[in-house]
Structure formats: structure tokens, C-alpha cells
Design a binder for this molecule. Structure first.
Ligand SMILES: [Zn+2]
Ligand SMILES: [Zn+2]
Length: 202
């Protein structure tokens, strides 16, 4: 019934999202008997395969059954993403992860208004962030890693609980969240220059 063609993700051998292709509604893709195997479908983690029939009032078209299942949320979304990530979240997974909650303190970067009901992620509502780094203790033996607050300069005027000076370590980790009609695409790069916080405030 929808006029737009669905976008279908495709993956490399590691199961990472490589991009999106339009599912052409041509004569060639209609027959259900000899559809080509979805790319890398067999390599998706077991947990991403459907285990129950789709809840839907409308019976899914046969072609849909062979559509590669978008990669699932990381098995344990803990709110502290790190490293290069590119993965797709279904609306259910977005709900299960408290709207893709991220606990890293961050500076908001210019995003793109777009529309959360857009047909593709790139036309969706895109928000971008840069990790705000960490406030660290000057002492080699102290492991304090303090979450940067609104006013880092003021934080740096305090001493660490161990009595040493504090300094701010910046971080290159950036992430973006593109929301669109079928969910969201989370993308990040770089590895944090610091570990998780041990303290929220000095
Ligand atoms: Zn300290
Ligand atoms: Zn960071």
C-alpha cells in the first residue's frame, strides 16, 4: 500500500551496516519461489532473527520475509558506547534502551532537523554530540575520573578528593543518532581517551 520503496540495510562480513539500498518493486523481485538469499543474513547474530510471527493486522508480503533483518541493538546497551559503531535500532529497541540513552557528558554539535518520520535515516532527524572528556586527577596513583559538568573551569578550581590538582582531558569520541520512520541509526567513531567516570561531581 505504501508508495515509497523500502530501504534495506546491507552489511559487510563483520555484520556492520554498510549502507542502504532501495528495494525495487519490479517484476524481478516479486516471485517468492526463487528469491536471492539476503546478503549475510546467515551471519547475523541469532538474537536478531525473528523468533515469533510479526504482530500485524496485515499479513506481510512474501518478499518481506527475505528482507535482511536490521542489526539489533548491541547485546548490552549500557549507555556508554565506545569505539566505531554503526547500528540500526528498531522502534522497540529504542524503547528498550530508554531512547538510546547515553551517559557520557557531551557537547551538542550542529545536527539536522529533518523529520523523524522520514523514509530514510539521512532525511531523518539527526542529532550529534561530542564527548566532553573527563576531569582527571593529576596524581599518578589516583584513579578518579570525574564527569565534566556544565562549568568545567569551576570544577578544575576544586581539588580531587585525594588532594591533588584536577585537569580536563578532552575526547574525540563523537556520535550521531538519526531518527526516521523505521527507527534510528546510531553511529560513532573513535575510542574514548578516558575510562568511565568514577565520580559525577567533585
Ligand atoms: Zn585524585
Ligand atoms: Zn570520551
Amino acid at each position: 500500500r505504501r508508495r515509497r520503496n523500502r530501504l534495506v540495510p546491507y552489511y559487510n562480513s563483520e555484520g556492520q551496516l554498510q549502507g542502504w539500498v532501495r528495494e525495487e518493486k519490479s517484476q524481478n523481485t516479486r516471485p517468492a519461489t526463487s528469491l536471492p538469499q539476503p546478503i549475510r543474513h546467515s551471519q547475523l547474530p541469532i538474537s536478531t532473527r525473528p523468533t515469533a510471527p510479526l504482530e500485524s493486522n496485515v499479513a506481510p508480503a512474501p518478499a518481506k520475509l527475505t528482507t535482511p533483518i536490521p542489526s539489533a541493538a548491541p547485546p548490552s546497551w549500557d549507555g556508554f558506547p565506545d569505539g566505531r559503531i554503526k547500528c540500526h535500532f528498531t522502534p522497540q529497541q529504542i524503547e528498550d534502551t530508554s531512547q538510546l540513552v547515553v551517559y557520557w557528558a557531551a557537547d551538542k554539535l550542529p545536527g539536522k532537523r529533518g523529520s523523524p518520520t522520514a523514509a530514510t535515516p539521512d532525511k531523518g532527524n539527526i542529532s550529534r554530540f561530542n564527548c566532553a572528556g573527563v576531569v582527571e586527577c593529576d596524581s599518578k596513583v589516583c584513579l578518579s575520573q570525574i564527569a565534566p559538568g556544565e562549568n568545567i573551569l569551576r570544577q578544575l578550581q576544586s581539588e580531587c578528593t585525594c588532594g591533588s590538582k584536577l585537569f580536563h582531558r578532552s575526547c574525540r569520541f563523537q556520535w550521531s543518532i538519526a531518527r526516521y520512520i523505521d527507527g534510528a541509526v546510531f553511529e560513532s567513531n573513535h575510542t574514548h581517551t578516558h575510562s568511565r567516570y568514577t565520580h559525577l561531581l567533585v
